[in-house]
Design a protein around this ligand. Structure first.
Ligand code: AMP
Length: 283
């Protein structure tokens, strides 16, 4: 497996692969890899001839008071895991390589990035779409895999690709969870054992919502009330948002009519966690 730090070297390899007629699969990450990331890589391997993974903690998607400095990093472990999964190249540029002096261009997707995480984290999605667009120009993939865990991110990237006519297939992969339901996340390492217990309420509340819908409830407010009740039972958790949205537009919806996505973010201590699920009603 190759490890590449420079944009030009990555582009040369991508050109070489394309000359050889290889289909390039890409998984962008911020490293500190877990089973969720590895599942995305497995999917990329199934769908492409060669797989590139980027490991880049992107400063422009963190707010001034967020966790950029202390975001967990372990490059040696990431290299080992990527080797085991059979990744062909890790692209791990330095911040100065991606954002050299004088850098002043960004990519912004407007509407779908406004609600939900966009409200709490202004500028976050501009950072995400900018870095993803830049990484696409480095890796030149035919297909890129994103986790459903970051639902709004996937919607924004898909929108960017359509709007800017990028010739890249965007695939979403289901959220990988711990055996007790907690969605895997590099940020779970911030949680104390007591906080981790509280964090289980996120996935529990999603299951409670689906159960309610399975029993015939279609009114959004009833579902949201149930979710808030599960999340807030016992304290120790502050809801950032809980919303029921249209799966494509992320507009608020009032009923689960066929299909709606339930999205949430919550603070447990200083740690902000997100989770979501697509709710399906019988009708
Ligand atoms: P991150 O390193 O957190 O920026 O995530 C890199 C990619 O992995 C994104 O497409 C995420 O949506 C995806 N991802 C993160 N956690 C999970 C998970 N638990 N299951 C599936 N995909 C995930």
């Amino acid at each position: 497996m190759r490890i590449i730090e420079f944009v030009s070297e990555m582009q040369q390899l991508a050109d070489e692969w394309r000359r050889q007629g290889k289909r390039i699969g890409f998984v962008p990450t911020m490293g500190f890899l877990h089973e969720g990331h590895l599942a995305l890589m497995g999917e990329a391997k199934r769908r492409a001839d060669v797989v590139a993974v980027s490991v880049f903690v992107n400063p422009t998607q963190f707010g001034p008071n967020e966790d950029f400095e202390c975001y967990p990093r372990d490059m040696e472990r990431d290299i080992r895991l990527c080797t085991e999964v059979g990744v062909d190249v890790i692209f791990a540029p330095r911040v100065s390589e991606m954002y050299p002096d004088g850098y002043q261009t960004s990519v912004e997707v407007s509407k779908v990035t406004t609600p939900l995480c966009g409200r709490t984290r202004p500028g976050h999605f501009r950072g995400v779409t900018t870095v993803v667009a830049k990484l696409f120009h480095c890796v030149k993939p035919h297909i890129a895999i994103f986790g459903q865990k970051d639902y709004q991110q996937w919607v924004a990237v898909r929108r960017m690709v359509r709007d800017l006519n990028m010739d890249i297939e965007i695939v979403s992969y289901p959220t990988v969870r711990e055996s007790d339901g907690l969605a895997m996340s590099s940020r779970n390492t911030y949680l104390s054992p007591a906080e981790r217990e509280i964090a289980l309420r996120l996935s529990r509340s999603l299951r409670a919502a689906q159960e309610l819908v399975d029993r015939g409830e279609i009114y959004g407010e009833a579902v949201l009330m149930k979710v808030r009740e599960v999340l807030e039972s016992g304290g120790g958790l502050r809801i950032d948002y809980v919303q029921l949205c249209h799966p494509d537009t992320l507009d608020d919806v009032l009923t689960v009519d066929g299909c709606a996505v339930l999205l949430m973010a919550a603070f447990i201590g200083k740690t902000r966690l997100i989770d979501n699920c697509v709710l399906r009603s019988g009708n």
